[in-house]
Design a protein around this ligand. Structure first.
Ligand code: GCV
Length: 716
């Protein structure tokens, strides 16, 4: 007992004395206190043998040394180990000796070019752990996965892991501007120091690449989709080239957003008409120029004819004309075009939720092979909860890539601890019924539903130059989780949360279990205190920080929250059934009928699809008004319990990160109450019903909430 106590106190001292600002993300490589485990790892890895001499192998070796020294004690890997030492060997298939290759058997047939094999075996009394793949980048992914085993304290005695990414293009989208502001960024300024590039290579670029490679992200779109054409000038391409050179060993390709009007703005042409021969030639020459600098350049991401961005429609052309013209320019070099489907028009008076589908679905099958359409997860815009985008079930002949938002534009920004893999999982598991039951979105995205060759997934980055990268240590989990789901869209949020917690903070069960639960419940909490029961887009104007259900005076109808909630004296909600906008008709009949029918429509989407009376009876017997008010309260209660949980795990967390998360949870709690009070006071004007028992009384008036202004809210 005494011994246990001493060990416990020692542990506390260790944890507390190590300052941790979160910069190292999930690549903490903490010293393994458990001696038995540490000795076991040490005896299995006495010698490191890199096979091959490429940059990817070299960075793999550096990572292994850094990690093993951190976890197993400094410099335990002695150069003097004899040839019988147990060995960790890593290299690609073609560089392995025949003896080693034979041990890996047919495993190479089971992986793709980015996949890896980790296998342990003994030959003549000597133990081997071999990490291999078809390419050196595959090997690097294997190295990071091996290190994950160690970081999460798993056995390395009988290893036989064979794994490959299921999606080909796994990219972060940075909405970073050239002046280093970040659109919808809540973690400081852009990490791209354009002014000092190309000569100054910030070490952060390397750490960014390490972090991405560790979760299998293989591409980065460096600049904002609201694009500046200057990025395509030689002055900036030189800087882009420098970044591409840093990222290459880590398997990360660089992509750029292409401003459709660039031929005019930087090319001196009079038009950007995609069918104009001079415009076509301008883009072909631009592609040639880019590839001369960056031979593995990934391609372009394009936001066209959306929210004021220029596009082919400015010239009477369509999305196919625009995307295919750019695709033709990139094709000779193997580049792709990611063409965004986030479009809605002020001139279209139909439901905004229907517009992307209406505009794109007729073009199914008309895009070139190297075009992929990037579709947001839901039909409106990254709300705390949306049903899946109907386009995922409607374009069998066109590659569609998922766009998730990792940055929390509408989910409390970086002060609210929300674990987004829960949201991603919900979308990926949604059934489109396109080919009958089981046609889930994950199968559309990984291409298996329709045998697609080009597959992709994008996450709008939450990274900035804050020391902890994401402005809140808990939100690093969303970058991590996006990467893990991009690698394997069938993973469960539960698994991801657990891995991340073990790697990032502690393997102690008394830490992992409660904090995992807190993370897994955090999405429902934010949905409840912001937009329960299918409410959506009732955030304040512009910056989207805080509630604004009362806003009704913006120039475009679909920018106003009142457009979405439609509260009136009879009830609340947007009727998207056949009696209303009929947006449900864009889904497969099985899905449409489920959403149309009040009996079968999941209550989490109730007010997304239906306008119902304040007296409507929910499944639990409560009236809609009471149920809604109680949901708002439940969201607040959930944050209270998150705060409590966090306080309980103080002994397992370093002081710096503990305090930071603690303070942020306090802000979240305050803001959850703000959301509850402001929304309930506002909706109460229509329901004219009292707050049910159990819901706290607001301490401010509606007028007070309406008067709040945040002229310098970030990310706007
Ligand atoms: C980059 C929303 C955001 C915009 C963003 C846009 C998009 O409307 O508020 O900041 O612009 O989505 O995804 O293009």
């Amino acid at each position: 007992m005494l011994k246990k106590l001493i060990v416990f106190v020692f542990c506390l001292v260790c944890i507390d004395s190590v300052a941790n600002n979160g910069y190292n993300l999930w690549l903490q490589y903490r010293f393994i206190q458990n001696e038995e485990l540490r000795l076991n790892y040490q005896s299995n890895i006495q010698k490191l043998i890199p096979v091959g001499n490429t940059e990817s192998i070299k960075v793999g070796l550096e990572e292994l040394k850094r990690a093993l020294n951190g976890m197993l004690g400094s410099e335990f890997l002695s150069e003097t180990h004899d040839e019988y030492a147990n060995t960790l060997l890593f290299g690609s298939e073609e560089n392995l000796s025949e003896d080693i290759r034979i041990q890996l058997g047919n495993a190479f047939n089971e992986i793709n070019d980015e996949g890896f094999i980790i296998r342990s075996f003994s030959v003549k009394g000597k133990k081997y752990i071999v990490i291999s793949g078809k390419t050196d980048v595959g090997v690097l992914y294997g190295v990071f996965n091996f290190l994950k085993l160690l970081q999460t304290h798993q056995s390395i005695e009988k290893l036989n892991i064979v794994d490959s990414p299921k999606i080909k293009i796994r990219v972060l989208n940075h909405w970073d501007n050239l002046d280093r502001t970040v659109e919808r960024g809540y973690a400081g300024f852009s990490i791209w120091d354009w002014h000092r590039l190309p000569d100054y290579i910030d070490p952060r670029y390397i750490d960014y690449a390490r972090a991405n490679a560790s979760i299998g992200i293989n591409g980065t779109v460096l600049n904002n989709v609201n694009a500046n054409a200057l990025i395509l000038t030689p002055q900036y391409l030189e800087k882009v080239e420098a970044l591409a050179n840093v990222f290459r060993p880590y398997g990360i390709k660089v992509y750029l957003t292409a401003r459709f009007s660039a031929p005019i703005e930087i090319g001196g042409l009079k038009t950007a008409d995609p069918l104009d021969p001079d415009v076509i030639k301008w883009w072909q020459d631009k592609a040639k120029e880019i590839y001369a600098r960056i031979p593995d350049f990934g391609g372009f991401l394009v936001k066209a004819n959306s929210e004021g961005q220029p596009g082919p429609q400015n010239y009477g052309r369509n999305h196919v004309d625009g995307a295919n013209m750019l695709a033709n320019a990139l094709d000779p070099f193997g580049g792709i075009v990611m063409w965004r489907a986030f479009v809605y028009s002020e001139h279209d008076t139909t439901d905004r939720a229907k517009q992307a589908y209406t505009e794109f679905v007729p073009y199914d099958g008309q895009f070139k092979d190297n075009v992929i359409i990037q579709v947001k997860n839901g039909p409106i815009d990254f709300q705390p909860r949306e049903p899946f985008h109907p386009m995922f079930g409607a374009m069998p002949k066109t590659p569609l890539m998922m766009e998730f938002q990792i940055t929390q534009e509408y989910l409390g920004q970086s002060t609210h601890s929300v674990f987004l893999p829960k949201l991603y999982e919900e979308v990926l598991q949604s059934d489109t019924y396109r080919k009958g039951k089981g046609s889930i979105v994950a199968k559309v995205i990984d291409g298996t539903l329709d045998n697609k060759r080009l597959t992709g997934i994008a996450g709008v980055s939450n990274i900035g130059n804050d020391i902890n990268w994401t402005g809140n240590p808990m939100l690093q989990a969303n970058w991590y989780g996006f990467g893990r789901l991009a690698w394997n869209p069938y993973l469960h949020a539960d698994t991801i949360a657990e891995e991340w917690l073990r790697e990032t903070f502690s393997n102690h069960e008394d830490f992992v279990e409660p904090v995992k639960e807190m993370m897994l419940n955090s999405l429902e909490a934010v949905v409840d205190y912001m937009t329960p029961l299918g409410l959506h887009h009732i955030m304040a104007t512009g910056h989207h920080y805080g509630p604004g259900p009362w806003v009704s005076n913006l120039s475009r109808p679909e920018w106003n929250p009142v457009y979405y909630h439609k509260a009136d004296s009879l009830g609340i909600g947007f009727d998207r059934t056949p009696t209303g906008s009929n947006a449900t008709a864009q889904y497969a009949p099985e899905v449409a009928s489920k959403f149309n029918n009040l009996e079968t429509c999941p209550e989490k989407y109730l007010l997304w699809f239906h306008h119902v009376s304040w007296h409507y009876k929910l499944k639990n017997g409560e009236t809609l008004w009471d149920g809604m008010a109680l949901k708002y309260q439940e969201g607040v209660n959930q944050v209270a319990s998150m705060r409590y949980t966090w306080k309980q795990v103080k002994p397992y967390v370093d002081e710096e990160r503990f305090n930071e998360v603690d303070m942020l949870l306090n802000i979240q709690y305050k803001e959850a109450k703000w959301w509850r009070d402001a929304c309930l006071l506002y909706f109460k004007q229509y329901s004219k019903m009292p707050l049910p028992k159990g819901v706290e009384k607001p301490t401010q008036t509606l007028g007070y909430f309406e008067s709040l202004r945040f002229p310098f809210a970030p990310g706007n």
